[in-house]
Design a binder for this molecule. Structure first.
Ligand code: PEP
Ligand code: MN
Length: 357
C-alpha cells in the first residue's frame, strides 16, 4: 500500500507514523519519497491486519492510504497522478515534448576520442553524453575501461561541450567517486539486481538510468527501481536495452512493447537503447525510431567518430551521420504523434536543452 503524507505533517507526526508501521508489523525501508504534491511511503500491506491498516490511516500524518496490488509500490502508477520526469541539468526526460537523445561511445578511450565524440554528439543534436569508464565486460580479457581517469575525461568532454554526462557505476564503494563526476549514474543490465548497488546509488541523490537485465521480467525491473525509490530518490529513468532470445542473428531483442506496457504500470520515464538492444549497427536507427514511436521518453545510443575503431561494442556503434538520422526522425515522429506542434530545427532543439549549470 501507499501512504501519502500530509504536506503539513510535523516531524514528530511522521516519526509517529514510522513507529506505528514498525509496531504493526510492516516491513521494508519505509523511506519517504518526495513525489508531486508530497511525500509517500510504500509498504506491503499483507503483514498488517485490516484493523492495523485503519489505525495507520487515522494517524495525523496520513493524508490517505491507497492499496496497491503489485509488489512494487512507489514505482506504480498509483504513486503519482502524473508521469514523472527526471531533470539532468537542463535536459528533461519524461513529461512529453521531443524525446532527448543521449549519445556517445561504449567506452571512454582517451581524451581526443571522448571530446571528439561529445562534439559530434552535440553537433548532431544529442543533448547528453554517454560513455563508460568502468566497463562490465563479458570476458575478462577485453578492455575493462579507464576507471577513474575515464571519469576525468568525461568531465573534460562536458567542460568542452556543455553536455551532461551519464556513466556506469558497477560497485557500491565506487558510487561516491562516480557521482562526483557524473550528472547521471547508469546501473548496467548485469547489475540490475545488485541490490546493495541500487541502494548505494539511490543514496547518492543523483538521477539514475536503470537498465533492464537481459533476462529480467518487467516486474523484477520495476522492483529494482523500487529499491532506488525507497531510498527517497525519485529520479529514476527506466532503460529498455534488449532481452535475451534464442536467435543468434541479434545480440538481444529490443522489447519495444515494454515501452507502452511500462506506461500502464509506472509513472517513471522510459528510454530505449537500440544499440545493446540489437547489437547491430544496421538496426540501430530503425529500432531507435520504433522505440520513439512506441512512446519512449528518450533514446540512448552508442556513437563513435570512427565506429570500427571502437574498443568495445564496435559492431553496434553508429556514426555521427546515423545519429543525425535518429534525431531528425525523432522530431518528425514526435510531431506526427502530436507530442510537439511541429518538428523544431536542430538549433531550437539544442537551445531548449541548453545547459544552465
Ligand atoms: C553500456 O551501456 O555500455 C552497457 C554495458 O550496457 P548494458 O548494461 O545495457 O549491457
Ligand atoms: Mn556498450
Amino acid at each position: 500500500m501507499l501512504i501519502f503524507i500530509r504536506p503539513q505533517a510535523t516531524a514528530a507526526q511522521r516519526a509517529e507514523l514510522r513507529h506505528a508501521l514498525a509496531a504493526e508489523g510492516a516491513r521494508g525501508p519505509m523511506g519517504t519519497l518526495p513525489l508531486g504534491a508530497g511525500d509517500v511511503i510504500g509498504v506491503e500491506a499483507a503483514p498488517l491486519t485490516a484493523a492495523a491498516r485503519e489505525r495507520i490511516a487515522a494517524l495525523p500524518a496520513v493524508a490517505r492510504v491507497v492499496p496497491v496490488a503489485a509488489p512494487y509500490k512507489l514505482a506504480s502508477r498509483a504513486a503519482s497522478a502524473t508521469p514523472s520526469s527526471v531533470r539532468i541539468g537542463a535536459v528533461v526526460i519524461g513529461g512529453g515534448g521531443v524525446p532527448p537523445v543521449i549519445a556517445g561511445p561504449c567506452s571512454v578511450e582517451n581524451e581526443d576520442q571522448i571530446v571528439e565524440a561529445a562534439q559530434a554528439a552535440k553537433d548532431a543534436g544529442a543533448v547528453m553524453l554517454r560513455g563508460g569508464a568502468f566497463k562490465p565486460r563479458t570476458s575478462p580479457y577485453t578492455f575493462q575501461g579507464l576507471g577513474i581517469s575515464g571519469l576525468r575525461l568525461l568531465a573534460r568532454a562536458r567542460e568542452v561541450t556543455g553536455l551532461p554526462v551519464v556513466t556506469e557505476v558497477m560497485e557500491p564503494n565506487l558510487v561516491d567517486v562516480v557521482a562526483e563526476y557524473a550528472d547521471m549514474l547508469q546501473i548496467g543490465a548485469r547489475n540490475m539486481q545488485n541490490y546493495a548497488l541500487l541502494v548505494a546509488a539511490g543514496h547518492a541523490g543523483k538521477p539514475i538510468l536503470l537498465k533492464r537485465g537481459p533476462s529480467s521480467t518487467i516486474e523484477e525491473w520495476l522492483l529494482a527501481a523500487e529499491y532506488i525509490l525507497a531510498t527517497g530518490n525519485p529520479q529514476v529513468v527506466m532503460c529498455e536495452r534488449g532481452i535475451r532470445s534464442f536467435d543468434p542473428l541479434t545480440r538481444n531483442v529490443l522489447d519495444v512493447a515494454a515501452v507502452p506496457l511500462l506506461r500502464t504500470l509506472t509513472h517513471l520515464p522510459v528510454v530505449v537503447d537500440p544499440s545493446h538492444g540489437t547489437g547491430r549497427r544496421d538496426l540501430v536507427v530503425p529500432m531507435a525510431l520504433a522505440g520513439v514511436a512506441a512512446g519512449a521518453d528518450g533514446v540512448i545510443v552508442e556513437m563513435h567518430p570512427q565506429p570500427d575503431a571502437a574498443m568495445s561494442d564496435a559492431a553496434q556503434t553508429i556514426t555521427p551521420a546515423a545519429l543525425r538520422e535518429i534525431i531528425t526522425g525523432t522530431r518528425a515522429i514526435a510531431a506526427a504523434l502530436g507530442r510537439i506542434s511541429a518538428p523544431d530545427t536542430p538549433k531550437e532543439h539544442s537551445q531548449r536543452h541548453a545547459r544552465v549549470r
